[in-house]
Write a protein that binds this ligand. Sequence first.
Ligand code: SF4
Length: 258
Amino acid sequence: MTSDLQQIAALLLKNRDNRVDWGEISHLEGAECSKRIANRFLICCLLDWQWDADLAWERGKHLADKLEKGGDTDDLWAVISSFSKEEWDSKYEEFGRPHRFHRGYRRLWPIANELCAIYDGDARKIWTGRSPFEALIHLWALGAGDQISRMIVGALRDCEQITGDSGDVKADLHLRRVLGRAVYGEEIRATEATKVIQLTRNLSADPWKLDLPLWYVGKSYCRPTSPNCPNCYLRLHCVYYQQHHDAGTTSDIPLEKT
Ligand code: SF4
């Protein structure tokens, strides 16, 4: 690994805030999770793709509230599977557009049916007693999608619901943009998500630990059209920054090298 890559990895790890909020499951500090909390966590995670994460979780909680009928049931996956496919599709507006795309909402129905058939509608049974890799395989098989499955496993490790040595990042658009610019000078394309996985594996023995700081840099500084490089702590080792800025411009805020 080159010196700049080592420095990027070190800076990201140094800026990792472990207090990630994954909803109620985050507050258990490793204590046993209820079926209701696990099911709510899973539905929010499944909605968290290809749009703003904060909005995804807000809509996910709203959808879970509706499905639980004011606390009458902790079986929200059974409620979803009790609808016919057509009924479920037709409730997109009624449930407050839970995903930016109708297909992002629609896919919950086949997942609910699988979940009820294999795991009795209890999300905990996907991961309890399993290693991170075993849980990942079960999530893939459920149809959660590759990147969301990796995020779920990482979140469960953050929340101490599963234990294991390492996990991969979710190669979303923020990570592709930040890592691509920092290492290659340009964004990594969506079709090259495996490049992100491989790169983060080279940067850390536990790539998941890079997920949050990379996401945060992407959301806060490394914006799509006008990255705020002068305030970004990666800039001294960032290829994009070196290509687009003269060293020592007056707008730059000095940063300490690690
Ligand atoms: S220095 Fe600029 S281009 Fe590089 S990661 Fe930070 S914000 Fe993005």
